[in-house]
Design a binder for this molecule. Structure first.
Ligand SMILES: NC(=O)C1=CN([C@@H]2O[C@H](COP(=O)(O)OP(=O)(O)OC[C@H]3O[C@@H](n4cnc5c(N)ncnc54)[C@H](OP(=O)(O)O)[C@@H]3O)[C@@H](O)[C@H]2O)C=CC1
Ligand SMILES: N[C@@H](CCC(=O)OP(=O)(O)O)C(=O)O
Length: 437
């Protein structure tokens, strides 16, 4: 057998075990799943020294390799960040179980009852960037939603992800959840093999660049839920409040510059540009942001770099912001719909009609008025955690939490009912009576 065949066989075995574990997990009670999450939290707490040491090794290697600082900040998992993520697991335990919800309860005819009931998807394959806290968010959401999960983090986070998954599996080993429900892959080659395993894997969630998500979509028969790049904008309207604009621009750009929900471009109405831009620029530059502007912006801020057309389509994941002066709300919306990645878009204005037009006409998973784009997050939305932010149009769209990880079944129970009785000129009629309370 060639090395490739050996790898394919090993991966098939992993996927098979995950599926078996997921089948059992999908039928466990809410209480049992919550106990498993608590055991996972305890195991992660106990393994804190090993996890932090593994992360230090990853961070040092990333620094040596010249990985940019915002991406190293994203990679970092110190004790405080780890404790926050563990608290997040306990928050997921407190959430309602997304499995077993009766979404529809209908009498079709006397004694013939239809229910639509939520159920797990089965096995998820989630590929994500070098952000180790994602392991805990995704694994806890998978367990609570009754799904098995095969994880693959970015190469810079390999030691951190390995230590985390080891602790998660140790925690699960003390519970009724089979540890095989949570798996970790570490190489791109394994991902390519995983794409062939449509018999075992029900959904692939790639978190990464647009080209990577497209590559996955084009190379698998497994359904794909794409979490692609975030080219997000803030539009300062002619009726914007200056203090709000400065605060929101600062937060949206600098609070976590490597996050996909950080802004890349500030659009500003020409009527306020001369008044607002000096204050906005001073605050951003003080925070270390490099500004790049179009010609009208550079006239007001002569010290900044001119922007080139490629700036409008670039996600910097760094402390860089492009600025463009627009003639109107319509031009701002049109720019966003052309260059945005349908992730998260915000307007600052005191005019409710202008805001409503923006919220209605901008095509994105998140449309915000007078607040930071950094609110695009499962924890902040009250979902406990998130698998990521779906940039696809079909649901689940935006931040994907527990509800995005279940599907449903139609359950029909009768008593010997047959369709022939309801057909033809003398056929019985359906009652279609709603039985939901
Ligand atoms: N919408 C969302 O929720 C999120 C979006 N993003 C977006 O992702 C981008 C940043 O991602 P970045 O850090 O550069 O990560 P990449 O897109 O480079 O990589 C992300 C993951 O995909 C893997 N990968 C990339 N290319 C391939 C390939 N051709 N074959 C197999 N595996 C591959 C990487 O593996 P390896 O490291 O081993 O190469 C890594 O595990 C940004 O655009 C950001 O906005 C990020 C997180 C969440
Ligand atoms: N919702 C997240 C951002 C989504 C995400 O995972 O982004 P990234 O930092 O690119 O990995 C947050 O606000 O932290």
């Amino acid at each position: 057998m060639t090395n490739l065949q050996v790898r394919a066989e090993a991966l098939t075995e992993i996927a098979h075990k995950t599926r078996q574990a997921a089948l059992k997990l999908g039928n466990l009670t809410t209480e049992t799943k919550n106990q498993a999450l608590k055991a996972v939290a305890e195991a992660l707490t106990a393994a804190t020294p090993e996890i932090v040491a593994a992360n230090i090794a990853d961070c040092q290697a990333a620094e040596t390799a010249g990985v940019a600082k915002p991406l190293r900040d994203r990679l970092k998992l110190d004790e405080t960040k780890l404790q926050g993520a563990i608290a997040g697991i306990l928050d997921v335990a407190k959430l309602d179980d997304p499995v077993g919800a009766v979404q529809m309860h209908r009498e079709l005819d006397a004694g013939l009852i239809l229910k639509r009931i939520t159920c797990p998807l089965g096995v998820l394959g989630v590929v994500f960037e070098s952000r180790p806290d994602a392991v805990m968010q995704i694994a806890s959401l998978a367990i609570k939603s009754g799904n098995g999960v095969i994880l693959k983090g970015g190469k810079e986070a390999i030691h951190s992800c390995t230590a985390l998954v080891k602790a998660i599996r140790q925690g699960l080993a003390t519970t009724e959840v089979d540890p095989e429900a949570v798996q970790l892959l570490t190489t791109r080659g394994e991902i390519l093999e995983l794409l062939n395993l449509d018999k075992y894997v029900d959904l692939i969630i790639p978190r990464g660049s647009n080209s990577f998500v497209r590559f996955i979509q084009e190379n698998t028969k497994i359904p794909v839920l794409g979490h692609a790049d975030g080219i997000c904008h803030l539009y300062a309207d002619k009726e914007a409040d200056l203090a709000k604009t400065v605060a929101i621009a600062l937060d949206s750009k600098t609070q976590y510059p490597a996050a996909c929900n950080a802004i890349e471009t500030l659009l500003i109405h020409r009527d306020i540009a001369a008044q607002f831009l000096p204050a906005i620029a001073a605050t951003l530059q003080q925070a270390g942001v490099e500004l790049r502007g179009d010609a009208p912006t550079c006239q007001i801020l002569p010290e900044i770099h001119p922007a080139t057309p490629s700036d409008w389509e670039t996600e910097y994941t760094d402390l860089i912001l492009s600025i463009k002066v627009v003639e109107s709300l319509e031009e701002a919306i049109s720019h966003i719909n052309q260059y945005g990645s349908r992730h998260t878009e915000a307007i600052v204005t005191e005019n409710p009609d202008t805001a409503n037009l923006f919220l209605a006409e901008v095509d994105a998973a998140g449309v915000y008025h007078n607040c930071s784009t950094r609110f695009a997050d499962g924890f902040r939305y009250g979902f406990g955690a998130e698998v990521g932010i779906s940039t696809q149009k079909m649901p689940p769209r935006g931040s994907v939490g527990l509800e995005g990880l279940v599907t449903y079944k139609y359950q029909v129970v009768g008593n010997g009912h047959i369709v022939a009785d309801y057909s033809g000129s003398n056929g019985k009629s359906f009652t279609h009576r709603d039985l939901s309370t």
